[in-house]
Design a protein around this ligand. Structure first.
Ligand code: TEU
Ligand code: CA
Length: 542
């Protein structure tokens, strides 16, 4: 495998609205991010993935873009963006932009022009269909945010497609003019010195709506190759696609060397294991054995070809420590355990803001405290369909996207030091106990632990390129594996449970071994009789 810079990089995701507010309007902004670059440089991350900062009516917090070449005023100006790029570059940090091109905002100039008449030159930038003879929508297709995916347009007497909110009309990727516009816009950003793109719901652009195909359509990979060749292909950038339904076979189509598509994709198979039959509003308990099986499959299948992205959470998902760890008594320890397991797998790790200090889910008591469009829509859809308020509130507490979107907890000051004004969404009340100042001052600092993990990646090539071998695959509490490259053999062991476990790792104890990093002190003198306390984790060199 040819070495690429993003193979040994660590990416930090920023959700700008919730990261740091520089001017007291309650909304995080670009200058807020600039003020925290030292915090990120010290952590050791190489790349920031910036969730959208473009001009937007903010129906979906910026994933509804009305001008790709302008910055939303609440986030700052294009000068602020250029300053952020320049200052980040000085600190050795690249910025990956979020590319949202499955849809635009309905307030984008293209859509406004498309709505003028059926003969508008922009009409075919979007997906329009006639009503059925009885006036109903062209198909039963549902929006990912609830309700129909079709919205009636009165003036021109047709329906338009929106796989997300009705303020997010889908672009028509069957129209070559759309390709040209998007490619030109991408090149414009590349010329500003960005580090790459995270491609929002990119698996939807090959859709064949009349055949009922949305994800993984037949034109998807040709479209990506064409995009690659017209834009970033020869620029050595990091490109990561958001691909909810990717299997390892599909991931290889995206990320295999020589296919000229993307660097890597986000797959969600491990995430949806805690949903019941793909329904995130019916949360299920974590089955560690199944979880290990999925991650192991991805490690092994992408061994020679393709590249994995590694993540536990992002701006759409609950907090990792709440979902897969223990956000009570064992919060600090389990946060480190999760980090250990993730960062030692093969692939590029992503840290979501606040994960590095063990931020938790928020558990709002009232529906009014939630702001997310998906959350509010589904509350309505499900309660109207008979689900009780209590059941739905419990599901939201578990899986609402707002769990990830409460403000970053910087300090003990008002509003967690996020803003001097009233934050756009409430701060998690646990900020007095969970914040960067307290964490970094503690002997048990999670931030310091992440720093050490990132440093380990720099020091041991086995972390980046080593072969992966799973151990104790049948065990339902312990996740253990080997990474091996040349002289380097690393052993990763983690107790994913709040119980003590005695375990035989099934490998011989070598005469010499040393603990490179651990969230505790484990006696490794006998790998066949190993005792692990709740959430114990370690990386050993054998
Ligand atoms: O997410 C795609 C997506 O499918 C999510 O909405 C997902 O289904 C859901 O949140 C499960 O948790 C991307 C962005 O990451 C998301 O923030 C946007 O809302 C969405 O696309 C539309 O652009
Ligand atoms: Ca602000």
């Amino acid at each position: 495998m040819e070495k690429r810079w993003w193979h040994n990089s660590v990416v930090y995701q920023i959700y700008p609205r919730s990261f740091c507010d520089s001017n007291g309007d309650g909304i995080g902004d670009l200058n807020g991010i600039r003020s925290k670059l030292d915090y990120l440089a010290e952590l050791g991350v190489d790349v920031i993935w910036l969730s959208p900062v473009y001009q937007s009516p903010m129906d979906d917090n910026g994933y509804d873009i009305s001008d790709y070449k302008a910055i939303a005023p609440e986030f700052g100006t294009m000068e602020d963006m250029e300053a952020l790029l320049a200052e980040a570059k000085e600190k050795g940090i690249k910025i990956v932009m979020d590319l949202v091109v499955n849809h635009t905002s309905d307030e984008h100039e293209w859509f406004k022009r498309a709505c003028e008449s059926r003969t508008s030159p922009y009409r075919d930038y979007y997906v329009w269909r006639d009503a059925k003879p009885d006036g109903s929508a062209p198909s039963d297709l549902g929006s990912i945010f609830g309700g129909s995916a079709w919205e009636w347009h009165e003036l021109t007497q047709q329906y338009y497609l929106h796989l997300f909110s009705k303020k997010q009309p889908d672009l028509n990727w069957e129209n070559p003019k759309v390709h040209d516009e998007v490619h030109a816009m991408m090149n414009w950003w590349i010329d500003r010195g960005i580090g790459g793109f995270r491609l929002d719901v990119i698996d939807l652009i090959g859709k064949e709506i009349d055949n009922g195909i949305t994800g993984n359509g037949p034109r998807l990979h040709p479209l990506l190759k064409q995009m690659n060749n017209a834009t970033f292909g020869d620029k050595d950038l990091l490109t990561v696609g958001e691909t909810w339904d990717a299997t390892p076979e599909i991931a290889k189509l995206y990320s295999a060397e020589g296919r000229e598509e993307l660097s890597m994709v986000f797959q969600f198979e491990h995430i949806t294991l805690t949903w019941t039959n793909g329904d995130k509003w019916k949360p299920a308990a974590l089955d560690l054995k199944a979880f290990k099986q999925v991650l192991t499959k991805w490690q092994l299948e992408l061994k020679e070809t393709g590249w994995n992205s590694l993540f536990w959470n992002n701006h759409d998902l609950p907090r990792a420590v709440s979902k897969y760890g223990n956000d009570g008594q064992h919060r600090v320890k389990s946060a480190k355990m999760l980090a250990t397991v993730l960062h030692c797998l093969k692939g590029t790790p992503y840290i979501y803001q606040g994960e590095e200090i063990g931020m938790t889910n928020v558990k709002f008591d009232h529906l009014e405290q939630y702001k997310d469009i998906e959350t509010l829509n589904f509350y309505k859809v499900r309660t109207e369909a008979g689900v009780s308020h209590e059941e739905m509130m419990a599901a939201l507490a578990e899986n609402s996207r707002d769990n990830a979107r409460t403000p970053m907890q910087w300090s003990n000051e008002a509003n967690a030091g996020f803003s001097t004004g009233e934050p756009w969404i409430e701060v998690n009340p646990n900020y007095t106990a969970v914040n960067t100042e307290l964490d970094r001052a503690s002997d048990e600092s999670i931030y310091e632990y992440y720093k050490a993990l990132i440093a380990l990646r720099r020091e041991y090539e086995a972390v980046v390129y080593g072969d992966f071998t799973p151990l104790v695959e049948e065990h339902d509490k312990v996740f253990a594996y080997l990474r091996q490259r040349g002289e380097q053999t690393l052993l990763v062991v983690a107790n994913f449970s709040d119980e003590s476990v005695d375990i035989d790792l099934g490998i011989e104890t070598p005469d010499k071994h040393s603990t490179l990093l651990s969230n505790t002190n484990i006696d490794f003198s006998d790998l066949n009789h190993l005792s692990l306390q709740p959430y114990d984790a370690a990386v050993l060199r054998l």
